[in-house]
Design a protein around this ligand. Sequence first.
Ligand SMILES: Cc1ncc(COP(=O)(O)O)c(C=O)c1O
Length: 509
Amino acid sequence: MFFIFDNNIILDTLSNARKEKFPSSLSVFDFIINESAHTGFISSSSIDNLEFVLYSEIKTTLNLERKITNKLVELAIMNLLDKVEIAKTPSYMEIDFDDIEDSQVVATARAIGAKLITRDKGIINKHHDIAIHPDNFFDVVKQEEKDIPFLDLKEINMQHFNEYEKAFDNVMKSGWYILGKEVEAFEKEFAEYCGVKYCIGVGNGLDALHIILRAYGIGKGDEVIVPSNTYIATWLAVSYAGAKVIPVEPDIRTYNLDPKLIEEKITNKTKAIIAVHLYGQPADMDAINTIAKKYNLKVIEDSAQAHGALYKGRKTGSLGDASGFSFYPGKNLGALGDGGAITTNDDELAKRIRILRNYGSEKKYFNEVKGFNSRLDEMQAAFLRVKLRHLDEDNNKRKEIAKNYMENIINENIVLPYVPEWADPVWHLFVIRSTKRDDLQKYLSENNIQTMIHYPIPPHKQKAYSNMNNLSFPISEQIHEEVLSLPISGAQKRYSSENIIRYLNLFEI
Ligand SMILES: Cc1ncc(COP(=O)(O)O)c(C=O)c1O
């Protein structure tokens, strides 16, 4: 949760006399600063006034030289800013002339969706929906902590609030919003991150896969091997290109394409294999690449769920001929809207993709082919550059939660994920299985734990593929009936994971 401290609370934490008189201010301040699940802010509008009051208080109590007093004030503010973040007072605030300072703090809190910690009775009465007196703080927090959401995107993104704000300002003031410096810089940084020569930003993950197929000239009359167990976008990309999807069943342990079952599906029409790194776990790429080489097929990775995952020490996105990424907000590397990218080491392919994503044009108003409008936009690229800097740290937090789940969920009715020794997954999702999946989900929900199902209906049973509804893919069907995704994210609190483990261990069939 996010909290803004009114100046009266900050001052309470700085002088001994105030600490004694208002002890709850200090305990609330310390709790917020030390609890990683919460972030404390000060409104940018408060700093000037804080400096003024501190100066007067030190002058009256200690009566020191002006220079020394100034230094003490500076140190106190520097020390405070080590602990709290500054939140910018919004330009669209409404000024309340009864108390301009209060209206600024309230506007700042509302702008970032924070609660305001204050002892000011006037604010509490007028803004009781967001203002909390420190004496009531712990009751409010306890109530909020009861619910465990599946994924709190606000919490995840607000961790980088200040960096986003700067990124927004930079793009806004640049006056250049499509295919500019931010996209170029992100493409370079993400290519480096994945360990490939090229990254080309596109509109979303589905377009990324579709454009790769188009760039290879795969279309009508061609067949593409896809996992029967995946998010439907993998299939849709093939269908958009005009080719036929040839589903292959997964390994029930990893939920990823089973290489042993690929060869029997290859015909003289097969042009490519799309390997999905589902739930953040890499597919068995060496085995897949060996088959592709034998039959001269392209290998396309669907890395939409696996930013940063490693296969035998190598990053996803560098393991096939080309790879599609999604930056949908819920992904490990998620934007604040749609976004996608293609990575490859193939010079010619990269060139064709750059043309295809931009109306089939390399030079403005000269169109070589009938291309698409599918470009990663400047604002999303700027936000993604912020997120990319924190991706490994965020993935490591996911790994810690996964380790905790793996070591401590002990219930024979629950199947935990299986990680082959060559895989270093990034846990986009932590997926368990149970033959009583629906009961389990209901039970967790009754205990305020939100879970999700990825995915309830396999692609071949969807209405969109009604021509395939009568086919049978029993492993996929079993997976779709039994899987349940537990909450996992870089912003997840330790107590949430502990609670989830406790309830799972108490679940009885
Ligand atoms: C495995 C997989 N492939 C492709 C996509 C498509 O990505 P996007 O939503 O950005 O189009 C997704 C997104 O959910 C996905 O999970």
